[in-house]
Design a protein around this ligand. Structure first.
Ligand code: NAP
Length: 285
């Protein structure tokens, strides 16, 4: 069996290739794609079949997906280009005779009010009409917070607009492991998984967890959505992305990034990474 992982150069894609290898998939049975194959040369050196694929250049896709049985479609980065990119990838998967596509969607993509969910839900609709598919509706990454730790520790402030909303975040490695399970075991076609961490938290609770781990007092400051977007642009986040992130926090305040489905824990066969574990790991780096 041959399994394609798109965006294998990205953080989630890399971890998914590693999870497939750890689960015993032979390197030659994995096709890893990127727009620039030099970024995944390390996988080629380990025997993974590395191919170029750019969803914006559909001519690159037939060769990239040739011979594949299953494919993980990792959502691309630019929201405004996402649906067109994903449609081209799905069309190419159909043409290549791929038998199962798993798509990294977003938690509650069908009911979420976020800007982000629109592109994910549109992709889900297009995909499930064309191929046997699995929706991996990933929740928020814990790394979205642990990546901010240096600034948070320096300022003593964790800022957001999520109010008392609960967030079921997990690590990219947890989501990658779930993708590897779905790609290597049977019985997932037609299933939508709502994937989130076992240990939901509010941002006030997260600030307390950072305080406990670091020994430095961290306060959560809850801002109006537009003020949070301005704060993000003020620290260099591009305006369009800042709006999307602030909008996600708005939705978090309504528990839209919360799930108690247990799907992630069941798929990976272990509890998900706790916020305390993720913070401790990030502080050691
Ligand atoms: N759940 C969350 O909290 C969260 C947070 C951020 C993002 N996301 C979503 O999850 C995805 C994966 O996350 P990540 O952390 O792995 O992101 P990442 O490290 O930024 O990787 C993004 C990947 O998208 C690929 N890509 C971009 N444009 C492409 C195109 N036109 N054709 C093919 N591939 C393209 C890039 O591949 P090359 O540049 O090598 O071609 C790269 O590997 C993101 O793209 C985004 O949709 C989720």
């Amino acid at each position: 069996m041959s399994i394609v992982v798109t965006a294998a150069s990205g953080q989630l894609g890399r971890l998914t290739v590693e999870a497939l290898l750890a689960r015993g998939v032979p390197a030659a049975g994995i096709i890893a794609t990127s727009r620039d194959v030099t970024t995944i040369k390390d996988f080629a050196d380990r025997g993974v079949d590395v191919r170029r694929a750019d969803f914006a250049e559909p001519d690159t896709l037939p060769a990239a997906f040739a011979g594949a049985d299953r494919l993980l479609l990792i959502s691309t980065t630019t929201p405004s280009e996402r649906v067109a990119n994903h449609r081209r990838a799905i069309d190419a998967a159909v043409a290549a005779g791929v038998q199962l596509v798993a798509f990294t969607s977003m938690l509650r993509a069908d009911t979420s009010t976020t800007i982000l969910a629109r592109t994910h839900h549109a992709t889900e609709a297009y995909l499930c009409e064309r191929l046997p598919s699995v929706m991996l509706r990933n929740g928020w990454y814990l790394e979205n917070y642990t990546a901010q730790l240096p600034q948070v520790l320096q300022s003593g402030v964790l800022a957001g607009a999520a109010g008392p909303g609960r967030i079921s975040a997990a690590t990219r490695a947890d989501y990658a492991d779930a993708a590897a399970v779905v790609l290597t075991t049977d019985g997932h076609a037609g299933t939508t998984y709502e994937l989130g961490g076992d240990h939901a938290f509010t941002l006030t609770e997260l600030a307390a967890a950072i305080s406990a781990a670091s020994g430095k007092r961290i306060e959560y400051t809850d801002l109006p959505v537009d003020a949070f977007a301005r704060l993000l642009t003020g620290v260099g986040v591009p305006a369009a992305l800042a709006d999307v992130l602030a909008d996600a926090d708005r939705a978090m305040s309504r528990d839209e990034l919360y799930t108690d489905s247990g799907d992630l824990r069941r798929l990976i066969g272990r509890p998900t990474t706790t916020p305390a574990e993720a913070i401790a790991a990030a502080l050691q780096v």
